[in-house]
Design a protein around this ligand. Structure first.
Ligand code: NAP
Length: 324
């Protein structure tokens, strides 16, 4: 089969399309013919060697994908050949990543794909929707009636957070850095949108809350925004750090006066049973259209380098996927 391989860490150019042996399915595993793979920012951090997680080389990147089950291993009774599925996570290292024509997954990493969703949309579910769900509900304990600011609402996690928060009865503010991104966030359910490149956007957000502040901030770029976020919080407000790309200085007094909290999260800390519950909860919304992944750009598998450049550029518009 064809797969993207990384033989040494480095820039996007280290992603090369190669012919590799077809993966074999073991006990408790499922073989998926991958039709679309999700490109997550973390894939670029791992590829460049800038993230703590260092896979053994060579490896095939990617955790998220969607396709059709081609084989099931011994002991798998909940999945069947021919089933349309999405997956998040793969069974082992080596060539068993999502950036390939086939991937082997553990059975619990594979979920039915709603008939209304394309494979590209299926590849946009795993990391973005599970991250948004955990940030909103498990970490921030967000409740109906609260005001949530999705800080970075034009990207993959942001779109998922907007849809989930609206579906749970929250008032949703979102930011983006382009008119197109702001339009997308509005279309996905944000009640008010703000341009995070505008010098006045913080004052505009406060004004929109009549200076009461927001209850929850889902933060995609904490190293730029965390100190300002603390100034935007309502009493007992919570910031969830989802994305961070550097160091930041904060005035911790702002957490004192608000009884505020800064909560980190990494999807990798989620247990298999918690993850299974998250996907069970997503299933209803994905099935009835309340949750609809937005695919902004599609690249062919052999264009993985271009996709890695694109996912790190400003001007996000939903999810970037690879089609094979
Ligand atoms: P993405 O699709 O590339 O979206 C990035 C988002 O960040 C866009 O909405 C972008 O807006 C926004 N952004 C850019 N500059 C910003 C600023 N100054 N202030 C606020 N937002 C800004 O990426 P993603 O998949 O949604 O992931 C978002 C971040 O979360 C990434 O850093 C990723 O590594 C991280 N993440 C963490 C976890 C975890 O487990 N903790 C899981 C998934 C993702 P514009 O482009 O419109 O400016």
């Amino acid at each position: 089969m064809k797969a993207i391989c990384v033989r040494e860490t480095g820039g996007p150019e280290v992603l090369t399309l190669e012919e590799v042996p077809d993966p074999q399915t073991g006990a408790g595993e499922v073989l998926v013919r991958v039709h679309a793979a999700g490109v997550n920012p973390v894939d670029t951090y791992i590829r460049s060697g800038s993230q703590g997680r260092r896979p053994t080389l060579p490896y095939t990147p990617g955790t998220d994908g969607a396709g059709v089950i081609e084989a099931v291993g011994p002991g798998v009774d909940r999945r069947a050949c021919g089933e349309r599925v999405y997956f998040s996570g793969t069974a082992c290292g080596g060539y068993s990543g999502a950036y390939a024509e086939r991937a082997v997954c553990l059975a619990h990493q594979v979920h039915p794909l709603a008939a209304s969703l394309s494979f590209a949309q299926g590849a946009a579910i795993g990391v973005p929707y599970a991250t948004a769900h955990r940030a909103l509900f498990s970490r921030a304990q967000s409740r109906a009636g609260e005001t949530v600011l999705v800080h970075g609402g034009s990207g993959a996690v942001g779109i998922a957070a907007i849809q989930l928060a609206r579906a749970h009865g929250m008032r949703v503010f979102a930011t983006a850095g382009t008119a197109r991104g702001l339009g997308l966030a509005s279309a996905q359910g944000a009640t008010q949108v703000f341009d995070h490149t505008s010098p006045s956007y913080l004052a505009e957000i406060l004004a929109a809350t009549r200076n009461q502040g927001v209850d929850v901030i889902i933060e995609m770029l904490a190293n730029i925004n965390l100190d300002n976020d603390l100034g935007l919080l309502a009493l007992k407000g919570r910031v969830v750090v989802v994305g961070n790309r550097g160091r930041v200085e904060i005035d911790a007094r702002q957490t004192m006066v608000k009884d505020g909290a800064v909560l980190g999260m990494t999807l990798g800390n989620v247990s298999a049973s918690e993850m299974a519950q998250i996907h069970e909860e997503l299933a209803a919304g994905l099935g009835d259209g309340t949750l609809t992944p937005v695919v902004g750009r599609e690249f062919r598998l052999e264009q993985a380098s271009d996709a890695h450049r694109a996912v790190m550029e400003p001007g996000a518009f939903g999810k970037i996927v690879l089609i094979s």
